[in-house]
Ligand binder design. Sequence first.
Ligand SMILES: [Zn+2]
Length: 342
Amino acid sequence: MAFPITRLRRLRQSEPMRSLVRETRLTPESFVYPMFVCPGEGVRKEVRSMPGVFNLSVDQAVKEAEQTHSLGVPSVILFGLPEKKDEVATGAWEENGIVQQAARAIKREIPELIIMGDVCLCEYMSHGHCGIVRASRPQSLGAAVAAPPSATTEYEIVNDASLEILARTAVSLARAGVDIIAPSDMMDGRVAAIRKALDAAGLINTPILSYAAKFASGFYGPFREAADSTPQFGDRRSYQMDGANLREAMREIELDIEEGTDMIMVKPAMPYLDVIAAARQRFDLPLAAYQVSGEFAMIEAAARNNWIDRERVMLESLQSIRRAGASIILTYYAKEAAKLLG
Ligand SMILES: [Zn+2]
Protein backbone atom coordinates (compact mmCIF):
# COMPACT_ATOMS: atom_id res chain seq x y z
CA MET A 1 0.00 0.00 0.00
CA ALA A 2 1.59 3.25 -1.07
CA PHE A 3 0.75 6.93 -1.13
CA PRO A 4 -1.91 8.32 -0.94
CA ILE A 5 -3.33 5.42 1.14
CA THR A 6 -0.16 5.30 3.24
CA ARG A 7 0.89 8.53 4.90
CA LEU A 8 3.57 8.12 7.55
CA ARG A 9 3.00 11.68 8.71
CA ARG A 10 -0.32 10.59 10.27
CA LEU A 11 1.57 9.23 13.25
CA ARG A 12 3.75 12.31 13.66
CA GLN A 13 1.03 14.87 14.19
CA SER A 14 1.45 15.54 17.89
CA GLU A 15 3.84 14.73 20.70
CA PRO A 16 1.40 12.29 22.37
CA MET A 17 0.99 10.50 19.02
CA ARG A 18 4.77 10.43 18.44
CA SER A 19 5.31 9.18 21.96
CA LEU A 20 2.75 6.41 21.47
CA VAL A 21 4.64 4.95 18.53
CA ARG A 22 8.17 5.65 19.77
CA GLU A 23 10.37 2.60 19.30
CA THR A 24 13.21 3.46 21.65
CA ARG A 25 12.94 4.97 25.09
CA LEU A 26 15.68 6.45 27.19
CA THR A 27 15.40 5.96 30.92
CA PRO A 28 17.77 6.86 33.75
CA GLU A 29 17.72 3.19 34.81
CA SER A 30 20.07 2.39 31.95
CA PHE A 31 22.68 5.00 32.85
CA VAL A 32 26.02 4.55 34.58
CA TYR A 33 27.83 7.67 35.82
CA PRO A 34 31.66 7.70 35.63
CA MET A 35 33.52 9.30 38.53
CA PHE A 36 37.22 10.09 39.05
CA VAL A 37 38.38 9.70 42.63
CA CYS A 38 41.52 11.41 43.91
CA PRO A 39 43.36 11.73 47.26
CA GLY A 40 42.64 14.50 49.73
CA GLU A 41 39.57 15.94 51.38
CA GLY A 42 37.09 18.46 50.07
CA VAL A 43 38.69 18.23 46.62
CA ARG A 44 36.47 19.07 43.68
CA LYS A 45 38.72 19.90 40.75
CA GLU A 46 37.06 20.41 37.38
CA VAL A 47 38.62 18.63 34.40
CA ARG A 48 39.60 21.38 31.97
CA SER A 49 38.41 19.61 28.83
CA MET A 50 35.27 18.16 30.45
CA PRO A 51 33.12 20.95 31.90
CA GLY A 52 31.03 19.70 34.83
CA VAL A 53 33.24 16.63 35.39
CA PHE A 54 35.47 16.66 38.46
CA ASN A 55 38.31 14.88 40.19
CA LEU A 56 36.70 14.17 43.55
CA SER A 57 38.18 13.23 46.90
CA VAL A 58 36.41 10.32 48.62
CA ASP A 59 34.12 12.56 50.72
CA GLN A 60 33.06 14.49 47.63
CA ALA A 61 32.64 11.29 45.63
CA VAL A 62 30.18 10.06 48.25
CA LYS A 63 28.17 13.28 47.86
CA GLU A 64 28.24 12.99 44.09
CA ALA A 65 27.16 9.35 44.29
CA GLU A 66 24.27 10.28 46.59
CA GLN A 67 23.11 12.93 44.16
CA THR A 68 23.45 10.55 41.22
CA HIS A 69 21.41 7.91 42.99
CA SER A 70 18.71 10.39 43.99
CA LEU A 71 18.21 11.24 40.32
CA GLY A 72 17.32 7.63 39.54
CA VAL A 73 20.67 6.59 38.11
CA PRO A 74 21.33 3.11 39.50
CA SER A 75 25.07 2.85 39.02
CA VAL A 76 28.42 4.63 39.02
CA ILE A 77 31.76 3.48 37.64
CA LEU A 78 34.89 4.48 39.53
CA PHE A 79 38.29 5.47 38.17
CA GLY A 80 41.17 6.30 40.46
CA LEU A 81 43.97 8.85 40.59
CA PRO A 82 46.46 7.30 43.01
CA GLU A 83 48.79 9.10 45.38
CA LYS A 84 51.76 7.75 43.45
CA LYS A 85 52.44 5.62 40.40
CA ASP A 86 54.99 2.84 39.87
CA GLU A 87 55.95 0.00 37.50
CA VAL A 88 53.56 -2.58 38.98
CA ALA A 89 50.44 -0.44 39.47
CA THR A 90 50.45 -0.85 43.25
CA GLY A 91 47.76 1.81 43.57
CA ALA A 92 45.36 -0.37 41.58
CA TRP A 93 45.39 -3.41 43.85
CA GLU A 94 46.51 -2.31 47.32
CA GLU A 95 43.90 -2.73 50.01
CA ASN A 96 43.76 0.96 50.71
CA GLY A 97 43.88 2.10 47.09
CA ILE A 98 41.91 5.19 46.23
CA VAL A 99 39.07 3.35 44.46
CA GLN A 100 38.92 0.79 47.26
CA GLN A 101 38.51 3.65 49.77
CA ALA A 102 35.82 5.28 47.65
CA ALA A 103 33.95 2.01 47.16
CA ARG A 104 33.88 1.34 50.91
CA ALA A 105 32.70 4.88 51.67
CA ILE A 106 29.99 4.86 49.00
CA LYS A 107 28.74 1.39 50.00
CA ARG A 108 28.48 2.55 53.60
CA GLU A 109 26.26 5.51 52.69
CA ILE A 110 24.30 4.18 49.68
CA PRO A 111 24.37 0.37 49.79
CA GLU A 112 21.81 0.01 46.99
CA LEU A 113 23.86 2.00 44.45
CA ILE A 114 25.63 -0.40 42.07
CA ILE A 115 29.34 0.33 42.02
CA MET A 116 31.28 -0.68 38.95
CA GLY A 117 35.04 -0.77 39.24
CA ASP A 118 37.09 -0.09 36.15
CA VAL A 119 39.96 -2.56 36.15
CA CYS A 120 42.99 -1.23 34.32
CA LEU A 121 46.54 -0.32 35.16
CA CYS A 122 47.23 2.81 33.11
CA GLU A 123 46.17 5.25 35.83
CA TYR A 124 48.52 3.53 38.28
CA MET A 125 51.58 2.89 36.09
CA SER A 126 54.35 5.49 35.92
CA HIS A 127 54.47 4.97 32.13
CA GLY A 128 50.69 5.20 31.65
CA HIS A 129 50.26 1.94 29.73
CA CYS A 130 47.51 -0.56 30.53
CA GLY A 131 49.91 -3.43 31.22
CA ILE A 132 53.43 -4.22 32.29
CA VAL A 133 56.03 -2.67 29.99
CA ARG A 134 59.46 -4.04 29.28
CA ALA A 135 62.10 -4.28 26.64
CA SER A 136 61.95 -8.05 26.22
CA ARG A 137 59.55 -10.86 27.02
CA PRO A 138 59.54 -11.61 30.77
CA GLN A 139 58.23 -14.88 32.20
CA SER A 140 56.91 -13.51 35.44
CA LEU A 141 55.82 -10.46 37.30
CA GLY A 142 59.13 -10.47 39.20
CA ALA A 143 61.12 -10.43 35.98
CA ALA A 144 59.04 -7.52 34.68
CA VAL A 145 59.67 -5.53 37.83
CA ALA A 146 63.39 -6.21 37.60
CA ALA A 147 63.52 -4.64 34.14
CA PRO A 148 61.80 -1.27 34.26
CA PRO A 149 60.94 0.28 30.91
CA SER A 150 62.72 3.10 29.23
CA ALA A 151 61.21 5.54 26.81
CA THR A 152 64.16 5.26 24.51
CA THR A 153 64.24 1.48 24.04
CA GLU A 154 61.97 -0.81 22.08
CA TYR A 155 59.21 -1.83 24.44
CA GLU A 156 56.52 -4.42 24.70
CA ILE A 157 53.29 -4.48 26.70
CA VAL A 158 53.61 -7.86 28.33
CA ASN A 159 50.31 -9.70 28.20
CA ASP A 160 50.49 -12.66 30.56
CA ALA A 161 52.34 -10.98 33.42
CA SER A 162 49.82 -8.12 33.29
CA LEU A 163 46.99 -10.61 33.89
CA GLU A 164 48.34 -11.33 37.37
CA ILE A 165 48.04 -7.68 38.36
CA LEU A 166 44.64 -7.24 36.73
CA ALA A 167 43.28 -10.27 38.59
CA ARG A 168 44.74 -9.03 41.87
CA THR A 169 43.12 -5.63 41.25
CA ALA A 170 39.72 -7.21 40.54
CA VAL A 171 39.78 -9.22 43.78
CA SER A 172 40.85 -6.19 45.79
CA LEU A 173 38.06 -4.04 44.34
CA ALA A 174 35.40 -6.69 44.89
CA ARG A 175 36.53 -7.11 48.50
CA ALA A 176 36.19 -3.35 48.97
CA GLY A 177 32.55 -3.47 47.89
CA VAL A 178 32.68 -3.02 44.12
CA ASP A 179 29.63 -4.84 42.74
CA ILE A 180 30.68 -5.25 39.10
CA ILE A 181 34.22 -5.77 37.82
CA ALA A 182 34.82 -3.99 34.52
CA PRO A 183 38.19 -4.78 32.90
CA SER A 184 39.16 -2.20 30.26
CA ASP A 185 42.79 -3.12 29.59
CA MET A 186 42.32 -5.24 26.44
CA MET A 187 44.94 -7.85 27.38
CA ASP A 188 44.18 -11.28 25.94
CA GLY A 189 42.79 -13.69 28.51
CA ARG A 190 42.00 -11.12 31.20
CA VAL A 191 38.39 -12.17 31.69
CA ALA A 192 39.36 -15.79 32.37
CA ALA A 193 42.16 -14.69 34.70
CA ILE A 194 39.84 -12.36 36.61
CA ARG A 195 37.02 -14.93 36.85
CA LYS A 196 39.43 -17.53 38.16
CA ALA A 197 40.86 -15.15 40.75
CA LEU A 198 37.44 -13.94 41.90
CA ASP A 199 36.19 -17.52 42.27
CA ALA A 200 39.33 -18.57 44.13
CA ALA A 201 38.72 -15.69 46.55
CA GLY A 202 35.15 -16.86 47.13
CA LEU A 203 33.70 -13.99 45.11
CA ILE A 204 31.66 -16.28 42.89
CA ASN A 205 28.71 -13.88 42.73
CA THR A 206 30.66 -10.85 41.48
CA PRO A 207 29.76 -10.26 37.83
CA ILE A 208 32.15 -9.12 35.12
CA LEU A 209 31.33 -6.46 32.54
CA SER A 210 34.17 -6.63 30.05
CA TYR A 211 35.12 -3.75 27.81
CA ALA A 212 35.03 -6.46 25.15
CA ALA A 213 35.44 -4.30 22.04
CA LYS A 214 37.51 -1.28 23.03
CA PHE A 215 38.96 0.62 20.13
CA ALA A 216 42.15 2.69 20.05
CA SER A 217 40.46 6.06 19.70
CA GLY A 218 41.19 9.75 19.50
CA PHE A 219 37.95 10.28 21.39
CA TYR A 220 39.65 9.31 24.68
CA GLY A 221 41.66 12.55 24.77
CA PRO A 222 39.86 14.42 27.58
CA PHE A 223 39.67 11.25 29.75
CA ARG A 224 43.44 11.08 29.86
CA GLU A 225 43.46 14.48 31.47
CA ALA A 226 40.68 13.46 33.85
CA ALA A 227 42.41 10.23 34.89
CA ASP A 228 45.97 11.42 34.34
CA SER A 229 46.63 8.31 32.26
CA THR A 230 48.38 9.51 29.11
CA PRO A 231 51.04 7.00 27.96
CA GLN A 232 54.47 8.56 28.49
CA PHE A 233 55.72 6.96 25.24
CA GLY A 234 54.17 5.09 22.33
CA ASP A 235 50.44 4.48 22.05
CA ARG A 236 47.85 1.82 22.85
CA ARG A 237 47.44 0.36 19.40
CA SER A 238 49.14 -2.92 20.28
CA TYR A 239 46.32 -3.83 22.67
CA GLN A 240 43.27 -1.68 21.92
CA MET A 241 41.46 -2.53 18.70
CA ASP A 242 41.96 -1.06 15.25
CA GLY A 243 38.96 1.16 14.54
CA ALA A 244 38.57 -0.33 11.08
CA ASN A 245 37.64 -3.82 12.30
CA LEU A 246 34.07 -4.96 12.88
CA ARG A 247 34.62 -8.70 12.44
CA GLU A 248 37.53 -8.65 14.86
CA ALA A 249 35.27 -6.87 17.36
CA MET A 250 32.88 -9.84 17.16
CA ARG A 251 35.80 -12.19 17.85
CA GLU A 252 36.89 -10.12 20.85
CA ILE A 253 33.37 -10.25 22.27
CA GLU A 254 33.01 -13.95 21.57
CA LEU A 255 36.26 -14.73 23.37
CA ASP A 256 35.26 -12.69 26.42
CA ILE A 257 31.97 -14.60 26.55
CA GLU A 258 33.82 -17.91 26.34
CA GLU A 259 36.07 -16.74 29.17
CA GLY A 260 33.04 -16.07 31.34
CA THR A 261 32.08 -12.41 31.12
CA ASP A 262 28.52 -11.69 32.27
CA MET A 263 28.04 -8.52 30.23
CA ILE A 264 29.84 -6.95 27.29
CA MET A 265 30.73 -3.39 26.32
CA VAL A 266 31.59 -1.48 23.17
CA LYS A 267 33.74 1.67 23.57
CA PRO A 268 33.57 4.41 22.26
CA ALA A 269 29.86 4.56 21.41
CA MET A 270 28.86 7.04 18.73
CA PRO A 271 31.69 6.42 16.22
CA TYR A 272 31.04 2.65 16.64
CA LEU A 273 27.25 2.39 16.56
CA ASP A 274 27.51 -0.27 13.84
CA VAL A 275 29.59 -2.41 16.20
CA ILE A 276 26.96 -2.00 18.92
CA ALA A 277 24.22 -2.98 16.45
CA ALA A 278 26.14 -6.01 15.21
CA ALA A 279 26.89 -7.13 18.78
CA ARG A 280 23.22 -6.76 19.72
CA GLN A 281 22.17 -8.98 16.81
CA ARG A 282 24.73 -11.62 17.49
CA PHE A 283 25.01 -11.93 21.26
CA ASP A 284 22.40 -12.33 23.99
CA LEU A 285 24.33 -10.89 26.94
CA PRO A 286 23.45 -7.50 28.40
CA LEU A 287 25.20 -4.97 26.15
CA ALA A 288 26.74 -1.73 27.37
CA ALA A 289 28.27 1.18 25.48
CA TYR A 290 30.51 3.95 26.77
CA GLN A 291 29.83 7.47 25.51
CA VAL A 292 33.42 8.57 26.01
CA SER A 293 35.02 11.85 27.04
CA GLY A 294 35.62 13.09 23.49
CA GLU A 295 32.00 12.51 22.52
CA PHE A 296 30.97 14.51 25.59
CA ALA A 297 33.58 17.24 25.02
CA MET A 298 32.53 17.77 21.39
CA ILE A 299 28.94 18.38 22.40
CA GLU A 300 29.99 20.68 25.23
CA ALA A 301 32.33 22.71 23.03
CA ALA A 302 29.79 23.15 20.25
CA ALA A 303 27.08 24.09 22.75
CA ARG A 304 29.35 26.72 24.33
CA ASN A 305 29.64 28.32 20.94
CA ASN A 306 25.86 28.19 20.54
CA TRP A 307 26.34 26.03 17.49
CA ILE A 308 23.99 23.32 18.72
CA ASP A 309 21.15 22.94 21.19
CA ARG A 310 22.99 21.25 24.04
CA GLU A 311 20.13 19.37 25.71
CA ARG A 312 18.64 18.24 22.47
CA VAL A 313 21.96 16.91 21.16
CA MET A 314 22.71 15.29 24.52
CA LEU A 315 19.50 13.27 24.42
CA GLU A 316 19.77 12.55 20.70
CA SER A 317 23.28 11.17 21.13
CA LEU A 318 22.15 8.92 24.00
CA GLN A 319 19.13 7.81 22.01
CA SER A 320 21.33 6.79 19.09
CA ILE A 321 23.31 4.51 21.41
CA ARG A 322 20.12 3.01 22.82
CA ARG A 323 18.65 2.54 19.33
CA ALA A 324 21.82 0.81 18.14
CA GLY A 325 21.13 -1.78 20.84
CA ALA A 326 22.97 -0.88 24.04
CA SER A 327 20.77 -1.35 27.11
CA ILE A 328 23.39 0.07 29.50
CA ILE A 329 24.98 3.44 28.73
CA LEU A 330 28.02 4.79 30.53
CA THR A 331 27.82 8.55 30.13
CA TYR A 332 29.02 11.79 31.69
CA TYR A 333 25.49 13.03 30.98
CA ALA A 334 23.89 10.44 33.29
CA LYS A 335 22.83 12.96 35.92
CA GLU A 336 21.73 15.67 33.55
CA ALA A 337 19.92 13.37 31.17
CA ALA A 338 18.18 11.75 34.17
CA LYS A 339 16.99 15.22 35.23
CA LEU A 340 15.68 15.98 31.77
CA LEU A 341 13.96 12.62 31.47
CA GLY A 342 12.72 12.62 35.06
ZN1 LIG B 1 44.09 1.51 30.65
